[in-house]
Write a protein that binds this ligand. Structure first.
Ligand SMILES: *[C@@H]1O[C@H](CO)[C@@H](O)[C@H](O)[C@H]1NC(C)=O
Ligand SMILES: *[C@@H]1O[C@H](CO)[C@@H](O)[C@H](O)[C@H]1NC(C)=O
Ligand SMILES: *[C@@H]1O[C@H](CO)[C@@H](O)[C@H](O)[C@H]1NC(C)=O
Ligand SMILES: *[C@@H]1O[C@H](CO)[C@@H](O)[C@H](O)[C@H]1NC(C)=O
Ligand SMILES: *[C@@H]1O[C@H](CO)[C@@H](O)[C@H](O)[C@H]1NC(C)=O
Ligand SMILES: *[C@@H]1O[C@H](CO)[C@@H](O)[C@H](O)[C@H]1NC(C)=O
Ligand SMILES: *[C@@H]1O[C@H](CO)[C@@H](O)[C@H](O)[C@H]1NC(C)=O
Ligand SMILES: *[C@@H]1O[C@H](CO)[C@@H](O)[C@H](O)[C@H]1NC(C)=O
Length: 905
C-alpha cells in the first residue's frame, strides 16, 4: 500500500516536473512563421495567431475535432501537426480550407473511418502521416491525393496491404505499413500502386507475415528499398520471400532483428537476379552462415552482420561477394558462457577482392592466425578495436598476411590486450599511415625495432598503455615520417636522455605526452622538432624543471619548438614560469596552463605571444592581471579563461584588467560568476566586475604624497635615533672634516688678520678647576699659539685689571670653563665677563667659547655672566663628556671652536 502511494506521488511529481509550466499559461510560441502550440491542453485551434504562419504544431493537446473553419484564417499554412490528440476523423474540407497544405501529421489519434471526401481536394498534399490510429478504409480514400509521395499508415491494425482497388497515388514514393496485422501479401494487394512509377521504398517492418502470394510484388517491380526489420522470418519463408523479390529492382534490403538464426546456401537465391548493393542483417542472433550463402550477391557493396552470434567464418562464408567494399562485423562473433570460442579460418576474407573497410570491433575469435587476412588487395582500413583474440605479443608474423594489402592505411588495434611488440611487428605494412595501439598493456623498452618497416607511417597512437612504455633514444629511429605521436598516459616518468627519443621525428606536428607524471626532462627534449605545432604536456610533474632554484637553472625545453600553435601545460604543479620559457613562440594560438600554482608571472613572460587567441589560466593562484604581463597576450584574444583565481581587487592589481574586460570583444565565459575577488575584504567574494575603478582616479598624487610622507617620517626617526646614540661621533667626524677644509680655505684670511694675537685663548676658570685646566686644556697648546693662564702668564707687578684687559685683547678667543664654582666667583663673573663681552662688542668678534664641566641652567649663566646660550654659536659651547671614550671627540670639538673664525656670520 505504502509503495503504491509512493509510486503515485512520484508519478505526480514527475508529471509536475515534466509537463512544462507554460502548459498552464496557454501561450503559443511563434517564431519564423512557425507556431508551436503543443502541450497546451487545447481543445480548439487558437484563432489569434498571425495569419501568415506556415507551420502549426498543435500536437499533444485535447483536440477532439479539427474544424476546417478554424483554419481558414491561416491561408498560408503548409504544415500541420495534430499528433497526439483525440481526433476521430480527418475532417472533410480540411484541404479546401488550407489550400497550401502539403504536410499533414495525424499520428496517435483515434481516426477510424477514412472516406473519399475526407481527403478530397488534397491535391497539394505530399506527406501524410496517419500512423497509430484505428483506420478503416471506406471506398478509395486516397484516390484524390494525386501528389502524395509519402504515406505512413503504420500501426493501424490494418489486416491487408491493399489501400485501394484500382491504381491510384501516382506520385507515391514511400509507403510505410509497419506494425499492422498483415499476415499475408496477396497477389493484387499492391495493384493500387501499379501506376506509381516513382515508387521506391516499402516498409513492412514488424508484420506477422506468414504468406506471400506468387507475383505479389509484380505491381511494384521498381521497388528499390525494402525494410523487413522485426518480422519473424524463418529460413524457408525468407527464401520464399526472396523468390518473390527476384524480379524487382531491389538495391537495399534491411532484415534486422528477424530471428534469422541461420543462412543457408539458398536463402538469398531469389535475389540473385537483383542488383542488391546494401544488405543489413544486424541484430539477428544469427549463429551459422552456410558456405556460399552470399554467392548470389556479386554486386553487393555493403554487408552488415553487426550484433550477431556467429561461431565460425570459413573460406567459403564470403564467397561470391566480389564487389563488397565494406564489411561490418562489429559484435558479430561473440562468446557466450558455455559456447566454445568462435573461429575465423585462414583465407576467410580471401573472396573479398574489393573490400576496403573491414570493421571487426568487439569481435571475439580464437586467434589471429598467419593467413587470416590473406587476400584483401584493396583493404584500406582494418579495425580490430576491443576485439578479443588472445593476442599478447605482436610478432613479425601476426600481421604478415596483410602483406597482400598494399593500400592498407589504417590499422586500429585499440584495446586488444597487447602486452608487447616484437621486432618488425609491422614490417609488412609498408604503406600504413595510421597505427592505433591505444588502451593496451604494452610494457617494454621501445628500442625502435618495433616500428621497423613502417615507411609511410604518419600517426602512431600509443595512449592509455598503463604508463609502462619506456622510451629510449632510438625508439623512433625508423619512423621519421611520423606527424602525430600520441603517448598520453603511456610512458614511464623519465624522459631525461640524450639524444631525445623524438629527435629523429623531424616531421612531427602533434606530440601528446600528457598524463605521464613526467618529472625528468632536459632542454634537448624537443631539439630538431621545428615543425611541432601541437604539444600536450598536461598532467605531468614539470614544476621542478621550471624552478629558478633547479640545479643548473630552469630547463628551457621549448626553445627549439618555435612553430608551436597549441601548448597545454595544465596540472603540472607549476609555481614558476621562467621569464624566457615562452620566448619566440610567436605562432602560439592556444596556451593552457590551468590548474597550476602560479601566483606570480614575470612581466615579460608572455611578451612574444603575439598570435595568441585562446588563453586558459583558470584555477591558479593569480592575484593580479597587470598590463606589464598581459597586454601582449590579451591584445587579440578570442577567448579567455582565467576564472577561479584569488584576485586582489585593488587598483594596483585589477584596474587595468577591469578596464580591459569592459572594452574587449574577447569572449570571457562565466565572467560574472567565476571571477571573484579574494582581497581586499571590501570586495571579498564579489565579482571582479563589481570593482569600482573610480576609486583609483586620484591615486597618483595620493601615492606620491604617501611615499613622500612615509619617507620623511622614517627618515626623521632614523636621524633622531642616530643623533641620540651616535651624534657625538658624527659631530666628531664632521668637525674633523670642517677643520681640514677651513685649514685650507681660511689660511689666507688668518694670515692677514690673525697674526696680531699672541695667545690662542684667554682661559677664565675658577680656582677650583685649575687642575682640570692643566690636565685637559694645556695639552692642546701648540708651538705657535699658547693659552693665556692668569696664574702662569700674568706679568708680575702689573695690576690685575690691566693684565686682564691687555691679554684678553691679545687672545684670539676667550674661554670660560663654566662650573658652579666659576659662577660663584665674584671677580671672575663680574669683571672678566664684563670685559669679555665688551671686547666681543668692540671687536665684533665671535670669540667666546664656553666649556661646560657641569650642567648649568641657562638662568644661572645669565645671572652670573650676563650671557645666554642663545647668544653664542653652538660650536662655541663644548660639553665635557662623562664617558671617557668621548674625550677625544671633546678635544676635537674644542680645537675646532678655538680655531673657528671670529667673523660674525
Ligand atoms: C474539390 O473537388 C471537387 C471534386 O472532387 C471539385 O468539384 C471542387 O471544385 C474542388 N474544390 C476545390 C476548391 O478545388
Ligand atoms: C543490374 O545491373 C546490370 C548492369 O548494371 C543491368 O544490366 C541490369 O538490368 C540490372 N538488373 C536489375 C534487376 O536492375
Ligand atoms: C577452403 O579450404 C578447404 C580446406 O580447408 C579447401 O579444400 C577448399 O578448397 C577451400 N575453398 C576455397 C574456396 O578456397
Ligand atoms: C580505433 O578504434 C576505436 C574503437 O573502435 C575507436 O574508438 C577509435 O576512434 C579508432 N581510432 C582511430 C584513430 O580511428
Ligand atoms: C621474423 O623474425 C624472425 C627472427 O625474429 C626472422 O627469422 C624472420 O625472418 C622474420 N620474418 C619476417 C617475415 O620478417
Ligand atoms: C628496460 O631496460 C632497462 C635497462 O636498460 C631494464 O632495467 C628494464 O628492465 C627494461 N624494461 C623492460 C620492460 O624490459
Ligand atoms: C613551421 O611549420 C611550417 C609548416 O607547418 C614550415 O613550413 C615552417 O618551415 C616551420 N617553421 C620552422 C621554423 O621550421
Ligand atoms: C586578430 O585576430 C584575428 C583573427 O582572430 C586576425 O584576423 C587579425 O589579423 C588579428 N589582428 C592582429 C593585429 O593580430
Amino acid at each position: 500500500m505504502a509503495i503504491r502511494n509512493t509510486t503515485v506521488l512520484l508519478l505526480f511529481l514527475c508529471m509536475w516536473v515534466l509537463v512544462p509550466s507554460r502548459a498552464f499559461k496557454g501561450e503559443c510560441r511563434v517564431e519564423l512563421k512557425k507556431a508551436d502550440c503543443s502541450h497546451l491542453n487545447l481543445k480548439t485551434i487558437p484563432l489569434d495567431l498571425p495569419e501568415d504562419i506556415s507551420t502549426l504544431d498543435v500536437s499533444h493537446n485535447r483536440l477532439v475535432e479539427l474544424k476546417p473553419s478554424s483554419l481558414t484564417r491561416y491561408q498560408s499554412l503548409e504544415q500541420l501537426d495534430a499528433s497526439y490528440n483525440s481526433l476521430k476523423v480527418v475532417p472533410a474540407g480540411l484541404c479546401q480550407a488550407t489550400p497550401k497544405l502539403w504536410r499533414l501529421t495525424l499520428r496517435h489519434n483515434e481516426v477510424h473511418l477514412l472516406q473519399v471526401r475526407d481527403l478530397r481536394n488534397c491535391t497539394r498534399l505530399t506527406h501524410l502521416d496517419l500512423s497509430d490510429n484505428r483506420l478503416r478504409l471506406n471506398g478509395e480514400p486516397f484516390s484524390g491525393t494525386e501528389n502524395l509521395a509519402w504515406l505512413d499508415v503504420s500501426r493501424n491494425k490494418l489486416t491487408t496491404a491493399c489501400l485501394g482497388s484500382h491504381p491510384q497515388l501516382p506520385s507515391l514514393e514511400t509507403l510505410i505499413l509497419a506494425g499492422n496485422d498483415i499476415t499475408e501479401l496477396k497477389k493484387n494487394d499492391f495493384y493500387f500502386l501499379n501506376q506509381s512509377s516513382s515508387f521506391r521504398t516499402l516498409s513492412l517492418s514488424s508484420l506477422p507475415l506468414k504468406k506471400v502470394d506468387r507475383g505479389c510484388f509484380m505491381p511494384i517491380a521498381h521497388l528499390q528499398d525494402l525494410v523487413l526489420d522485426g518480422c519473424k522470418l524463418n529460413p524457408t519463408f525468407m527464401s520464399r520471400l526472396c523468390m518473390e523479390l527476384s524480379d524487382t529492382s531491389l538495391r537495399n534490403l534491411s532484415v534486422q532483428n528477424t530471428q534469422q538464426v541461420t543462412l543457408t546456401r539458398s536463402t538469398f537465391q531469389g535475389l540473385g537476379k537483383t542488383n542488391l548493393t546494401i544488405l543489413d542483417l544486424s541484430n539477428n542472433q544469427m549463429a551459422r552462415i552456410t558456405d556460399g550463402a552470399f554467392q548470389w550477391f556479386p554486386t553487393l557493396e555493403y554487408l552488415s552482420l553487426e550484433y550477431n552470434n556467429l561461431k565460425h567464418l570459413t573460406n567459403g562464408t564470403f564467397v561470391g561477394l566480389k564487389s563488397l567494399r565494406n564489411l561490418n562485423l562489429h559484435f558479430a562473433l561473440v562468446k557466450k558462457k558455455t559456447s566454445p570460442l568462435p573461429v575465423i579460418d585462414d583465407f576467410s576474407f580471401q573472396p573479398l577482392v574489393q573490400l576496403e573497410y573491414l570493421h571487426m570491433e568487439r569481435t571475439v575469435f580464437g586467434e589471429i592466425t598467419e593467413k587470416i587476412f590473406y587476400g584483401l588487395p584493396c583493404l584500406r582500413e582494418l579495425n580490430l578495436g576491443w576485439s578479443s583474440t588472445g593476442i599478447k605479443l605482436v610478432s613479425n608474423t601476426t600481421f604478415a598476411s596483410l602483406q597482400g594489402s598494399p593500400l592498407l592505411q589504417t590499422l586500429n588495434l585499440t584495446g586488444m590486450g597487447i602486452k608487447s611488440l616484437g621486432p618488425g611487428a609491422f614490417s609488412s605494412l609498408t604503406n600504413l599511415k595510421t597505427l592505433v595501439l591505444s588502451h593496451n598493456f604494452i610494457n617494454q623498452n621501445l628500442t625502435g625495432k618495433e616500428f621497423q618497416g613502417l615507411n609511410s607511417i604518419k600517426e602512431i597512437h600509443l595512449s592509455f598503455n598503463q604508463q609502462t612504455i619506456t622510451l629510449t633514444p632510438t625508439s623512433f629511429i625508423h619512423v621519421p615520417t611520423l606527424r602525430t605521436l600520441m603517448l598520453g598516459r603511456a610512458l614511464t616518468p623519465n624522459l631525461d636522455m640524450r639524444p631525445s627519443p623524438f629527435q629523429p621525428l623531424v616531421n612531427l606536428i602533434v606530440l601528446d605526452l600528457s598524463n605521464n607524471n613526467i618529472a625528468n626532462i632536459n632542454n634537448g627534449l624537443l631539439d630538431g622538432l621545428n615543425r611541432l605545432s601541437v604539444l600536450k604536456l598536461q598532467h605531468n610533474n614539470l614544476a621542478r624543471v621550471w624552478k629558478n632554484a633547479n640545479p643548473g637553472g630552469p630547463v628551457l625545453f621549448l626553445h627549439d619548438a618555435q612553430n608551436l600553435t597549441v601548448l597545454e601545460l595544465d596540472y603540472n604543479g607549476l609555481d614558476e614560469i621562467p621569464a624566457t620559457a615562452f620566448q619566440g613562440l610567436s605562432q602560439l594560438k592556444y596556451l593552457s596552463i590551468s590548474g597550476n600554482l602560479l601566483n606570480f608571472l614575470h612581466d615579460s613572460v608572455f611578451s612574444d605571444l603575439r598570435s595568441l587567441r585562446f588563453l586558459r589560466l583558470q584555477k591558479n593562484l593569480l592575484t593580479s592581471v597587470r598590463r606589464e604581463t598581459f597586454s601582449v597576450p590579451l591584445s587579440n584574444l578570442t577567448e579567455l579563461f582565467m576564472d577561479h583565481n584569488p584576485f586582489d581587487c585593488t587598483c594596483e592589481s585589477m584596474l587595468w584588467f577591469h578596464t580591459w574586460l569592459n572594452g574587449t570583444n574577447t569572449s570571457v565565459p562565466d565572467l560574472d560568476k567565476t571571477y571573484v575577488c579574494n582581497t581586499p575584504s571590501m570586495y571579498f567574494n564579489h565579482s571582479v566586475m563589481d570593482f569600482n575603478p573610480e576609486s583609483c582616479r586620484d591615486m597618483v598624487p595620493f601615492q606620491a604624497l604617501y611615499v613622500i610622507t612615509s619617507t620623511l617620517v622614517l627618515g626623521l626617526m632614523f636621524i633622531a635615533f642616530l643623533v641620540h646614540y651616535q651624534g657625538w661621533r658624527i659631530q666628531f667626524y664632521w668637525n674633523i672634516i670642517v677643520n681640514r677644509t677651513l685649514d685650507i680655505n681660511d689660511s689666507r684670511y688668518r694670515r692677514v688678520t690673525e697674526c696680531r694675537y699672541e695667545y690662542k685663548a684667554y682661559i677664565v676658570h675658577a680656582q677650583k678647576d685649575k687642575l682640570w685646566v692643566e690636565r685637559s686644556l694645556l695639552p692642546l697648546e701648540d708651538k705657535n699659539l699658547r693659552f693665556f693662564l692668569e696664574d702662569r702668564d700674568a706679568m708680575p707687578g702689573c695690576s690685575t685689571l690691566e693684565t686682564i684687559v691687555d691679554n684678553m685683547r691679545m687672545s684670539r678667543k676667550i674661554v670660560f670653563v663654566v662650573t658652579e664654582a666659576l659662577l660663584n666667583d665674584p671677580w671672575c663673573r663680574q669683571f672678566k665677563a664684563h670685559q669679555a663681552l665688551h671686547q666681543v662688542m668692540e671687536d665684533n668678534r665671535d670669540s667666546l667659547v664656553l666649556i661646560f664641566l657641569e650642567d648649568v641652567a641657562d638662568y644661572r649663566l645669565t645671572q652670573s655672566l650676563m650671557l645666554r646660550k642663545g647668544m653664542l654659536k653652538r660650536r662655541c659651547m663644548v660639553q665635557w663628556p662623562l664617558q671617557k671614550e668621548r674625550i677625544p671627540a671633546f678635544r676635537q670639538k674644542l680645537q675646532l671652536a678655538l680655531a673657528s673664525s671670529n667673523r660674525v656670520s
